[in-house]
Design a protein around this ligand. Structure first.
Ligand SMILES: Nc1ncnc2c1ncn2[C@@H]1O[C@H](COP(=O)(O)OP(=O)(O)OP(=O)(O)O)[C@@H](O)[C@H]1O
Ligand SMILES: [Mg+2]
Length: 428
C-alpha cells in the first residue's frame, strides 16, 4: 500500500511545480518557450509515474472459514454424501453441508467425538491415525431419524503440515436400499408361506386318499373338492403375483389412453352382480354427467374397480347396497398432481364391518389382512389392495380410505383426467 501513496505525493508535487511555472510564465518572470517545454516534460513524467504505480487489481475476498490448504467449501458442499476431513488428533478441519445436517458436525476445530460418538467411527479414525490406510464399515445412526450408512475412512498424507495427515470420512446413506432389501425378503417369505399352506393341504389330502381313504368314495369326493379349492387358491395367488409384478415393472411410465370410467364401472358391476346377488346385495352406480374421461389404461383401471367392488361384496353385510359414485374434480385439488389438469374421483362405499383406524395405513401392504383367517376362508390372497395402490400410483392418482367401525368403508380413487384433444379444424 506504501508505493501508490508515494507516487501520488510525487505527482502532487509535480502539479504544484507546473502551476508555479505557468504563473511565472504569465507574469513574464521567465521565458515562455523553455517554461512551456519544462511544463510538458513534467506532465509526461507525472503521467508515466501514475500509470506505473496504479493500484493493483482488487483481490477476491477470502472464503470465510475456508480451511487453509484444503479443497474449497463449495467443492465439499457439492458432494451429496456427508464428508468430514479430520487431522490425526481427531479435530474436524472441514465439513460439508450434508455432514452438518446428517451428523450435526457444526464446529470446526472441535473433536469429532463431540458430534459423532459411534464407536465404529471413532475406532476407524484411531486406526487411521495409527497408520491404517482405509477402513469401511456399516453403521446405524438412530438420530435425528434412524438411518443406515456405509462409511469409508481413508488417510490422505499431507506432507509438511505440523498437524499431520488428513483423514477423510465419507458416509453413504444406505437406508433406502436396506429397506428395499428388507421388503423384498419379507415379500419372498410371505409369498412362500402363502403357497406353502395350500401345497401342504394338497399333499396331506393326496396321502390320505392313497392310504386310509383309498376305498372311501364319500371321503374321496369331499377331499377332491377341497383339493380343487386349494389349487384354485394357488392359481389366484400366482395370477395376483404376476399382475403385481407387471404393474411394478412399468409403474414409472404413466398410461396415455382416454378411459370412459362409466363404461368400466358398468362392466365390473355386471361381472360381480351374480356374487352380489348371492349375498342379496345390490350395486348402484351414479356418474356425474360432466365426468371427463380418465387418463389411464382400461385393463388396469378395470382391475382397480374390480378389486374394490370385490372387497365391498366380500366384506359388506348381506342385504346391503354398494354405492359407486364418479365425480369430476377441479384442477390442482390436493389429491391430484399440481399440473393444472382436472381429474375424477370414484368412490366405492359399502355397509360392512368397517376397518379400525390402526389398520388403515397398512391396508395396501402386500398380504396385509385385518383378519387373515376370514380373508383366506373367502379365497383372498391379501394382494388386491396392493395391486390397486400400484396401479393408482402408475396413473399418478391417489387412493383414500375412509372407514367407520360397524358402519362401513369408502375407498376413493382420484385419477387425472385425459387432456381434451383439440377439435379438428373443419375446412370451409
Ligand atoms: N371394504 C372393506 N371392508 C372391510 N375390510 C376390508 C375392505 N377392503 C379390504 N378390507 C381389509 O383389507 C384387507 C386387504 O384387502 P385386499 O383386497 O388387499 O386383500 P383380500 O381381500 O384379503 O384378498 P384379495 O387379494 O383376494 O383381494 C382384507 O383382508 C380386509 O381385511
Ligand atoms: Mg380384496
Amino acid at each position: 500500500m506504501a508505493k501508490p501513496k508515494l507516487a501520488r505525493d510525487i505527482v502532487g508535487g509535480l502539479v504544484a511545480v507546473i502551476v508555479v511555472i505557468v504563473l511565472l510564465g504569465i507574469a513574464g518572470a521567465i521565458d515562455v518557450v523553455p517554461a512551456g517545454l519544462l511544463v510538458a516534460l513534467l506532465m509526461a513524467g507525472g503521467a508515466w509515474l501514475l500509470r506505473r504505480n496504479r493500484d493493483p487489481a482488487p483481490r477476491a475476498p477470502e472464503v470465510e472459514r475456508e480451511p487453509p490448504n484444503l479443497v474449497s467449501q463449495a467443492f465439499l458442499d457439492a458432494i451429496p454424501d456427508p464428508v468430514v476431513v479430520l487431522n490425526d488428533a481427531r479435530e474436524v478441519l472441514a465439513v460439508n453441508a450434508p455432514a452438518r445436517e446428517a451428523l450435526g458436525v457444526h464446529q470446526l476445530g472441535g473433536d469429532l467425538a463431540m458430534s459423532v460418538r459411534h464407536p465404529k467411527v471413532l475406532a476407524a479414525v484411531e486406526a487411521l491415525a495409527s497408520g491404517a490406510a482405509s477402513v469401511s464399515e456399516q453403521i446405524s445412526l438412530p438420530v435425528p431419524i434412524a438411518r443406515t450408512y456405509t462409511f469409508h475412512a481413508a488417510r490422505a498424507p499431507h506432507g509438511g503440515d505440523p498437524r499431520g495427515a488428513r483423514i477423510v470420512l465419507v458416509l453413504h446413506d444406505e437406508t433406502r436400499a436396506r429397506r428395499a432389501e428388507q421388503t423384498q425378503a419379507d415379500f419372498v417369505a410371505n409369498a412362500s408361506h402363502e403357497l406353502r399352506s395350500p401345497l401342504s393341504a394338497l399333499i396331506g389330502l393326496i396321502e390320505t386318499l392313497r392310504g386310509p381313504a383309498v376305498d372311501d368314495a364319500a371321503a374321496r369326493e369331499r377331499f377332491l373338492s377341497i383339493m380343487h379349492t386349494e389349487a384354485l387358491r394357488m392359481t389366484r395367488l400366482v395370477d395376483d403375483l404376476m399382475s403385481l409384478s407387471r404393474v411394478e415393472i412399468n409403474e414409472h411410465v404413466p398410461p396415455r389412453e382416454a378411459v370412459d370410467i362409466e363404461e368400466v364401472l358398468a362392466g365390473v358391476a355386471t361381472a360381480l352382480s351374480v356374487r352380489a346377488a348371492g349375498k342379496s346385495m345390490t350395486i348402484g352406480i351414479a356418474c356425474s354427467p360432466a365426468l371427463p374421461k380418465a387418463r389411464g389404461d382400461t385393463d388396469q383401471l378395470t382391475q382397480v374397480f374390480h378389486n374394490l367392488l370385490d372387497n365391498a361384496v366380500k366384506y359388506g353385510k348381506p342385504g346391503t347396497g354398494i354405492e359407486v359414485t364418479a365425480l369430476p374434480v377441479a384442477p390442482n385439488a390436493a389429491a391430484l398432481p399440481a399440473n393444472g389438469v382436472a381429474g375424477i374421483a370414484v368412490s366405492v362405499r359399502d355397509h360392512g364391518d368397517g376397518i379400525a383406524p390402526v389398520h388403515l395405513p397398512r391396508l395396501t401392504e402386500r398380504f396385509y389382512r385385518v383378519d387373515a383367517g376370514r380373508s383366506r376362508r373367502m379365497g383372498g390372497t391379501g394382494l388386491g389392495l396392493a395391486i390397486v395402490k400400484h396401479i393408482v400410483n402408475r396413473h399418478r392418482g391417489r387412493l383414500a380410505v375412509d372407514s367407520t367401525k360397524g358402519e362401513g368403508s369408502t375407498f376413493t380413487v382420484f385419477l387425472p383426467a385425459a387432456r381434451e384433444e383439440p377439435r379438428a379444424k373443419v375446412e370451409a
